[in-house]
Design a protein around this ligand. Structure first.
Ligand SMILES: [Zn+2]
Length: 304
């Protein structure tokens, strides 16, 4: 059984609260493994190196536990599309219960943290296609700044395009008057074992950016592992097209596509219900769908 609270590491020194959510999508177990591994790494580092000091608190929270336990993206609803103010229509769903439980834990962690310290929420994901390591920021300048320091492209308008994401919810809502900086990080393909190292590297980079760990305590491998795919890619990108689909069972992406691949106008990249699907304009391809659940066949991005 996966526990809701995956990690709770408190530094000796005062500092920010970093809350990391893993597995809002149940077929994305890499995030859960990454949070648990990093939590143990912090404990080990503290014992091994007496000069290592963590500033603040790191909390890891599991997302959709029933879906994670069955290896499915969701049970009834997509847990990263339902963070809206009006929740009347979804109260009978599994994901409504999950969302409430996550929200309660976030709430209590925030109000327990010293009032003058900053609060961050990082949401970890993986994708069905290879490569495509990127971050997603909200409209907040702080969110853009922190994601901009990760060694990967940042999608700046995704939360405007996908309604009901958790990070947008915490951009729009304070907790007892306290502002939260939220962002997401995609670490690569679901079952690629390197995705776990990339998710760890993303969290470590973030801990450095927010001042939870000192730069001299961060090993360079955490930078290298992210730089691997980022070379030559734009820093900030905007989504310029989303290919929405009704039924993922009718979707068949042509083989061999990956994240941030260059695609040209009129290129045929998939079939839907037996018909060819063409690219509407020159762009970089993002998250081509290679699984039978999801509402987007692919995204296109262009440099901001
Ligand atoms: Zn996901």
């Amino acid at each position: 059984m996966i526990e809701r609270l995956l990690a709770d590491y408190k530094g000796i020194d005062k500092g920010p609260l970093l809350i990391v959510i893993a597995g809002l999508h149940g077929n994305e177990m890499a995030g859960v493994d990454a949070v648990e591994t990093l939590s143990q790494m912090l404990v080990d580092e503290g014992q091994k190196d007496p000069s290592f000091r963590y500033h603040g608190r790191f909390i890891g929270i599991a997302g959709n536990i029933p879906a994670l336990s069955s290896g499915k993206r969701m049970i009834d609803l997509d847990l990263n599309r339902i963070w809206l103010d009006d929740r009347q229509s979804i109260i009978n769903s599994t994901e409504f219960q999950e969302m409430n439980s996550i929200q309660k834990l976030i709430h209590s962690s925030v109000i327990d943290h010293p009032i003058n310290e900053s609060i961050f929420i990082m949401d970890l994901h993986t994708t069905s296609s290879p490569r495509g390591i990127f971050a997603v920021c909200t409209n907040s300048p702080n969110s853009k700044k922190i994601t901009g320091e990760l060694h990967c492209p940042v999608i700046t308008n995704m939360t405007e395009q996908l309604r009901g994401s958790m990070i947008q919810y915490y951009m729009d809502h304070t907790i007892e008057g306290r502002k939260i900086t939220s962002f997401a990080f995609e670490g690569g393909q679901h079952d690629d074992e390197n995705s776990i190292s990339r998710l760890i590297a993303g969290m470590v980079n973030c801990m450095r950016s927010i001042g939870a760990v000192l730069p001299q305590n961060v090993e360079s491998r955490h930078d290298i592992v992210l730089q691997e795919y980022a070379t030559g890619l734009p820093k900030f990108c905007k989504i310029t097209y989303i290919h929405k689909i009704e039924n993922a069972n009718l979707w068949k992406m042509n083989p061999g596509y990956y994240g941030f691949q260059i695609v040209k106008k009129d290129e045929i990249v998939a079939k839907y219900d037996g018909k060819d699907v063409a690219i509407p304009h020159d762009a970089l391809l993002l998250m081509p769908l290679y699984q039978d659940t999801g509402k987007e066949g692919f995204f296109l991005v262009n440099e901001e």
